[in-house]
Design a protein around this ligand. Structure first.
Ligand SMILES: [Zn+2]
Length: 202
């Protein structure tokens, strides 16, 4: 091993370490909204024929299912069109016409964005374009074909339940968010006390 000068050694060691990201209570806000919408969404199980057809359009076989966005190993099937937009349900549901295999990285990066702008976007940390995914145009073509394959179900959420029920439901969500904000503020006060105390004993 060659001898490293001090600065190079420091850079190497610092790059080898990663502090876990801080868990904040308010950061769960969109998770709560997603859960409120997700809890309402019907899930329709596809037939084996539909699964076969879906994989064929995406250029995959059942024994080699990959992420439709980046080609990595698939870990879940992700909603192609988001279920939530501006904190409300879009009307799309969980059915094969609206699901594609995805890796965790893509799923987390895409969140509630439209796939077409997200996939070529460079602002998000883990977008396929940012990660330099090979054959991106081919993946986009396949996803286009996938969208043309079946028209997705779209539910008019407002018409299926009485307005007062919706109002009560969204108010519950707002209350949880308010409560989380209070928890966050309290956590911040205590965290600062602990940090100050730690400095004192050092
Ligand atoms: Zn992926």
């Amino acid at each position: 091993m060659t001898l490293l000068d001090d600065a190079a050694r420091r850079r190497l060691l610092e790059a080898a370490f990663k502090m876990p990201s801080m868990q904040s209570i308010v950061a769960r806000k969109s998770t709560i909204t997603n859960a409120f919408v997700n809890s309402l969404i019907p899930a329709i199980r596809p037939t084996p024929n539909e699964i076969e057809e879906a994989l064929r359009i995406l250029g995959m076989t059942p024994d080699n299912v990959r992420c439709a966005y980046c080609g990595d190993r698939n870990s879940e099937w992700d909603h192609l069109r988001p279920l939530v937009l501006k904190e409300r349900p879009t009307g799309y549901i969980s059915e094969i016409a609206n699901l594609v295999p995805s890796c965790g990285k893509c799923n987390q990066s895409k969140r509630n964005e439209a796939w077409r702008t997200w996939i070529v976007g460079t602002s998000g940390k883990h977008t396929p374009a940012r990660r330099g995914v090979a054959d991106l145009h081919l993946r986009i073509e396949r996803l286009d074909a996938y969208e043309r394959w079946k028209s997705p179900t779209r539910i008019d959420f407002d018409s299926v339940a009485p307005p007062q029920e919706w109002k009560a439901y969204w108010e519950m969500r707002a209350q949880i968010n308010e409560e989380m904000k209070r928890c966050h503020e309290m956590a911040e006060v205590i965290r600062q006390r602990i940090a100050a105390d730690l400095l004192k004993t050092e």
